[in-house]
Design a protein around this ligand. Sequence first.
Ligand code: GCO
Length: 468
Amino acid sequence: MNAHTDPSSLYDALDPALRFPADFCWGVATSSFQIEGGAQEGGRGESIWDRFCRVPGAIADGSNGDVACDHLHRLEEDLDLIASLGVNTYRFSVSWPRVQPLGHGAWSEQGLNFYSRLLQGLARRGLKAHMTLNHWDLPQALQDAGGWASRQTVEHFVDYARGMAQRFGNQVEAITTHNEPWVMAFLGHETGIFAPGLKDRALAIQVSHHLLLSHGLALSALRADGCKARLGIVLNLAPMVPAEDSPQDVAKAHLEDGRLLRWFMDPIFRGAYPQDVLDHLGADAPKVEEGDMRAIAVPLDYLGINYYSRSVVSAGEPFDVNSSGLPLTDMGWEIYPQGLTDLLLRLHQDYPVPPLYITENGGAFPDRLADGRVHDADRIRYLADHIAAVGEALRQGVPMAGYMVWSLMDNFEWASGYEKRFGIVHVDYQSLKRTLKDSAHWYQQFLQSQRRHGAELASAQETVQVGR
Ligand code: GCO
C-alpha cells in the first residue's frame, strides 16, 4: 500500500462482514511509567525502573521516565484525546510508588488524587476504566527488601490491591492484577534486560511463582471485600512455531510454549505447573508452599492477552526473522495476524477460558511527522489485519470481549527508550505536542462504523420486539 492512501479507503477494504457485537469493548492502552513523568513529584517513591534507567547502557538512548509524555500534567488534554478517538474504554496502570511510596505503610494523598481525577475524568466522558495494578514499576524500597523474590512482597501487593480497590473499585469496570508476569520474571530476573536487571534463572522462576501467587491472593481478598469490578490478569502470549519440521525443533517449540504460555495458563486454569517444564528446570523449580497452587487457581472474570507476533523456535541456530519473508515492525518483530487467531482458538480449546480481551496489540514503525501529519499506513494495515484476526476468532466461537490498541501515544519503550514509536498519536518529545497519526483517524472511522452498526442492530431488535 502506498504511504499516502486515504485511511478511510483502507477501512473499506476490511471484510464488510466483520462486524462486532454492540457491547464489544474498544480501547487504547498505556502504562504509568511509560507516559506519566513527574517522577519526583507529589511524594512519589522511586521505582525499580527509575533506578534501572540510571544503569549505563541499560536504555538504548540513555533516557528515563522523568518526563516521559508528561501525562501527569496533561491529564485533561489526554483524556480529551482519548475521548476524541471514539473508544469506550481506557486501559491504564497505577504507579504503585506514586500512591504508596515505599510499597507498604503510608499512602500518598497527592498520588491517589491523580488517579481519582483520572477516573472522574473518564466517567465525565462516558469512558470505562480498565485499571492495572502492576505494570512493572515496583517501588524500589520493596526491591531493596528482596523484591518479587520475597514472599513479603506478595503480602504487600495484596494490601496495595485492597487499598486501591477500596478506594476506586466502584469507579472501574475492571482491575488487572499484573501485566505480563513473564516479562517481569524472566526479562527482569533471568536475562536482566529489564528492571531490576538481575540474571539468575532460579530467582526468575521463584519471582514468576510469587507474581502468580500474589495475583490469586489479591483476587480472593478483593472478592471477600465485596469489590464489584471485574477481576483478571494480563499475559503476553504467542504461538511457538518450530522453524523446521524436525523432531528437535518441534520438541524445542513445545518446551518454549511451556515456558511462556503453559507456565502461566496451567496454574491459573488447572492448578499445577506443567510437568515437562518442571522436569526441564530441575533444581531451579520454584519453592511452592502448601496451598499456593489452590490460591493461584481462583476463577477469573476475564483474561487479558497481549499479542504482538509469533515466535519461531529452532533447536539449532536462532531463527533469522528476515528469512521468513514476512514484513517486520521497527522492533524487528514479524507481522503475523494469523498467529492471533491461532492463539485464541488454541486457548479456547485447551482451557476453560473466561471472556478474553486483547489488552495490547500494535506495532512500532519508523514514523515521520511532516506538515502536521504522520502517514503510518503500515500501522493501519497492522491494526486492521489484527482486528480482523480477532473477528475471525469470535466467528469461530471464542468468547472475545474487547480489543485495545497499544498504544494511545508514543511513549517510553522500556530498554528501547524513546526510539521506538508505538502510538496512534505522535508525541514530539521536545514540545510534548500530541498529533493524531493517520492510524488514529482510521481507528476513529472504524469505531464510528462499529457504532452505526451497533445502532442498526439495536433498532432491528426493537422492530422485532414491537412486531411481536
Ligand atoms: C507490554 C508492555 C508495553 C510495551 C509493548 C511494546 O505489556 O509488553 O505493556 O509496555 O510497551 O508491549 O513492547
